[in-house]
Design a protein around this ligand. Structure first.
Ligand code: PRP
Ligand code: URA
Length: 209
C-alpha cells in the first residue's frame, strides 16, 4: 500500500486557507498555488539519491554531494495542474515537463483524455504527477494509468487538497504511487466537489466561469 504524506507545515496550512477563501482572486490564487507547490517540492524530493563529487572551493579540494540517479519530470494534469509547475521548477529547474489533458465529465464524473505528451525517456525519470484537486480520484488514477501505459514507472502524486474517496481510489488502483497532499478534507458533495475544498480549481486559476 502506498504512503500518504500530509504536509502540515504552518506556512503551507496558512496559504491553503487563503486559497480556500472565496474572496481570493485569480492573481493571488495563482501566486499562492505556486508558492505552496514550491514548499511541497522541498518535501517531495527529500528521498532523491545523492552521489559524491570532487570540486575545488576557493580554499581547497573537497568531496561534496550532488543529486544522482533518476532525473525528474513534472506531469501536470490539465488544466489546473499547470498552476503547480512553475513553483516546483523553481527548485528543480532541469526537470522536464509532460502534459496530460483530462477533464471530468460533469454528468458521469468520469475522466476524458484529450491530450498527452510526455518526455521521450519517461521510463528513466522520476515522475511527479501534479493536480491541485484529488476528488473522486478518477482523473489522477486515469492519468497515472496513461503514464504507466507509456512506460512511466517511478511515479508520485502531488495534490493540494484531497478527499478521502480520491486517496482510496488511487491507493487501490496504484498501490505503488505515494501521495503528497497539503490538506485532507472531509468528503465530497453530491456533485463531486470537495468539502470544504476551494471550489473549482481550474476556474479560479484561470478566471473562467
Ligand atoms: C478538476 C481537478 C482534477 C479533477 C479532480 O479538473 O483539477 O483534475 O477535477 O476530480 P476527480 O478526482 O473527481 O477526477 P477538471 O475536470 O475540473 O478540469 P480543469 O482542470 O480543466 O478545470
Ligand atoms: N475539481 C475541482 O476543481 N474542485 C473540486 O472540489 C473537485 C474537483
Amino acid at each position: 500500500m502506498s504512503i500518504v504524506h500530509v504536509m502540515d507545515h504552518p506556512l503551507i496550512q496558512h496559504k491553503v486557507s487563503l486559497m480556500r477563501d472565496k474572496e481570493t482572486g485569480s492573481k493571488e490564487f495563482r501566486e499562492l498555488l505556486s508558492e505552496i507547490s514550491m514548499l511541497m517540492a522541498y518535501e517531495v524530493t527529500r528521498d532523491l539519491p545523492l552521489k559524491t563529487v570532487e570540486i575545488e572551493t576557493p580554499i581547497c579540494r573537497a568531496q561534496t554531494q550532488v543529486i544522482a540517479g533518476k532525473k525528474l519530470a513534472i506531469v501536470p494534469i490539465l488544466r489546473a495542474g499547470l498552476g503547480m509547475v512553475d513553483g516546483i521548477m523553481k527548485l528543480v529547474p532541469a526537470a522536464k515537463v509532460g502534459h496530460i489533458g483530462l477533464y471530468r465529465d460533469p454528468n458521469t464524473l468520469e475522466p476524458v483524455e484529450y491530450y498527452c505528451k510526455l518526455p521521450a525517456d519517461v521510463e528513466e525519470r522520476e515522475l511527479l504527477v501534479v493536480d491541485p484537486m484529488l476528488a473522486t480520484g478518477g482523473s489522477a488514477s486515469a492519468a497515472i494509468g496513461f503514464i504507466k501505459k507509456r512506460g512511466g514507472k517511478a511515479i508520485k502524486l502531488v495534490c493540494l487538497i484531497a478527499a478521502p474517496e480520491g486517496v482510496r481510489r488511487v491507493q487501490k488502483d496504484h498501490p505503488d504511487v505515494d501521495i503528497f497532499v497539503a490538506a485532507m478534507d472531509e468528503k465530497l458533495n453530491d456533485h463531486g466537489y470537495i468539502i470544504p475544498g476551494l471550489g473549482d480549481a481550474g476556474d479560479r486559476l484561470f478566471g473562467t466561469r
